[in-house]
Write a protein that binds this ligand. Structure first.
Ligand SMILES: [Zn+2]
Length: 398
């Protein structure tokens, strides 16, 4: 029985799965659990094998498998398609976030584009492939992952799962991974990774009527920021250049310091975002910035650095050539450009690519509509994406 991609998408948009983005929150709309339960039920109704992997409370990765001709343990091809279950928050939206509305060939709602459209696409494609002869078919595992939008912990947990060999459905490393994200049906072969961390300056508190008795941590941070600005403008762009994604960057995104205007602050904290090129080590990138600060900031300024709270290595085109060509071929057969491109944003691919697993990013919808106030996806792209994944997944690679 076919699964209608638009209907699945509408159902998924109706079930909130908002990522709290690291904030303390409560409420039924948060976390992925309700979507996970829905997907699991859908899989059971089709007779597909399922497996949960708990990543955090209310946050389970869900694996759904359609066996191919030869089991992966016996040398059969194992493809994994990954789409995350979480969406970004709904603040500032100009449409009802959880009431899918279809108009002008588009479906509107939170996650329609990023990436419940992709989730629906891979489910509908799997239902079509299940109707085709098993002969010559790879094993396809859908990985419905948690927490893509704030740290990739779901994808990271999956890599640990296949490394332990404890999973029935993912008994070994996949031979190829397609990460569903809105790429307008282009095939993304490279993107940057990131290292994000907190930097503190330390001073001594004092009454502001006698500032000389203290050491002002905000002034200290000003010295640090001057040097970071030099690093961002003059050092980072000279470190390397990638033909598809450009140069590394550095940006300071937040600053916090002081408790009241009449107190000399003893602490100031910033958050630093250092985008790394595919193949660049995000921890080494942080080290290099700290070394530069140690050399350039006056030694009287006391600064310290936490280990990155998010670090990912990016998507490298070093291993994904054959996979990308196979997907591009399928895309062209169904009216898409099949272009191989690089993009500036990060995806779950950052967790898979550094392990040398051939990984590409592909999906319906434009990244320009992701996370927006009136998020939507074009229905024609959804249908095309299903056809492309069916073509891609219905037969073995070379
Ligand atoms: Zn996404």
């Amino acid at each position: 029985m076919p699964l209608d991609v638009v209907e699945i998408l509408a159902q998924l948009v109706r079930i909130p799965s908002v990522n709290p983005m690291g904030k303390e929150v409560e409420g039924p709309e948060f976390f992925e659990h309700a979507v996970t339960a829905h997907l699991e039920q859908l899989a059971h109704s089709r007779g597909w094998a399922c497996e949960r992997q708990t990543v955090a409370p209310l946050r389970d990765n869900l694996l759904i498998s359609l066996p191919g001709e030869i089991p992966p343990q016996d040398g059969g091809e194992l493809l994994m398609w990954d789409a995350h279950q979480d969406t970004v928050p709904i603040e500032g939206m100009s449409i009802p976030p959880f009431e899918p509305n279809i108009a002008d060939g588009k479906l509107y709602g939170r996650g329609a584009c990023d990436i419940k459209g992709g989730l629906a696409t891979m489910l509908a494609a799997l239902a079509r492939i299940a109707e085709l002869p098993q002969r010559g078919r790879p094993t396809i595992v859908l990985a419905c992952t948690v927490n893509e939008e704030h740290g990739y912990s779901g994808a990271r947990a999956l890599t640990e799962l296949w490394a332990t060999g404890k999973s029935q459905l993912l008994p070994r490393r996949p031979d190829g991974i397609v990460v569903l994200e809105p790429t307008s049906l282009d095939v993304v072969v490279a993107h940057k990774g990131v290292s994000r961390w907190r930097c503190h300056t330390h001073g001594t508190a004092a009454h502001s009527s006698n500032p000389a008795a203290g050491v002002n941590a905000i002034y200290a941070m000003a010295r640090v920021l001057d040097v970071l600005e030099i690093y961002a403008n003059e050092i980072a762009p000279t470190l390397a250049e990638h033909p598809l994604v450009g140069q590394p960057t550095l940006s300071v995104g937040t600053i916090r310091g002081g408790i009241s205007v009449n107190t000399v602050p003893d602490q100031c904290t910033i958050e630093i975002d250092r985008r790394v090129l595919p193949g660049e080590d995000p921890l080494a990138a942080q080290e290099a910035v700290i070394t530069f600060l140690n050399e350039e900031v006056h030694e009287s300024v006391r600064h310290s650095h936490e280990r990155p709270f998010i670090h990912s290595g990016g998507l490298s085109e070093a291993h994904n050539g054959a996979l990308a060509r196979r997907l591009a071929l399928a895309a062209r057969k169904h009216g898409a450009s099949g272009q191989l491109i690089g993009v500036p944003y990060g995806t779950n691919g950052s967790m898979y690519s550094p392990l040398a697993v051939p990984t590409v990013v592909f999906g319906p919808g434009s990244i320009a509509q992701a996370h927006t106030a009136d998020e939507w996806v074009e229905l024609a792209q959804l249908e095309a994406a299903v056809n492309i994944l069916v073509e891609f997944g219905a037969s073995r690679g070379e």
